[in-house]
Design a protein around this ligand. Sequence first.
Ligand code: FES
Length: 279
Amino acid sequence: MSDKYPDDSGRRRFVKGVVGGAALAGVGATTAAAVNTATMSSGSGGGSTAAMAIENIDGPAPRGMPQIPVEIDSEGYLKGVWPEVKTVEENGVQIQIAETENYNGSGVTYTSEWFQYCGVESYGGIDPSYESDNYFISGGAPGYTWQSDAYSEGDRLHVDDFSDYQSWSNGVGDPGLGKPATGRWRSEDAEDTIPIQVIRSEEIMEMAKDDPWVKASTQEGFVAWLDKCTHFCCVPKYKTEGSEKFNAENDVYCQCHQSVYDPFSLVETLFVARPRPSE
Ligand code: FES
């Protein structure tokens, strides 16, 4: 189900004609994809974006990592919400976007552009119409021992497996701050894997009481984000062995160049989202 623009082949020809040179220049495009030039950059989204993020508090990263609003289904499985897919016209061209205005009454516009950096803009799962049930999936080499014990590769994260979140510890930092998991999202039939991390924490529950965005984007103390360091795109981790040396034992730490993120501080970040490649 990956035919991205089923009834729009005329547009595709047009886009290819315009940006063939850019595709040859190889700006991270995959084989069949062309990259938008300046004249077409609005054609597949991108540009100035305000995203809600877990705050960057140290190291060279320019900003926080974007949040993924969390939902728990009726059976207790965790999902990342994908914004509403709409067809809009921009510069006389019909394009698809994924955007939810005033997300859950928070006043925040949640859009898939939040995730368009570090090459993720070209991942299949970031295409607005990529078909997915949006569950958070545990991978083959999860970041925590508890997770390897509880899950096999491909299992969905379940709320019951986080019930000891008020006491959990992996020996790094203080116990009881929150229970984390690593995983992937919207990646099941795609070439590229979108890495995510979730934490269930009392802290988030408290914050949700009087912050409209935290209330809207988290559930039962679960917060989630796209786990790609905004510095050079490594995959950071909460409570990483060795992070004590950098004062990051209770935070999310990137081993590549020591960037630190606070998962209990959700802030607005401004950046220029990269356009998605067009076919
Ligand atoms: S600090 Fe450089 S990639 Fe994370």
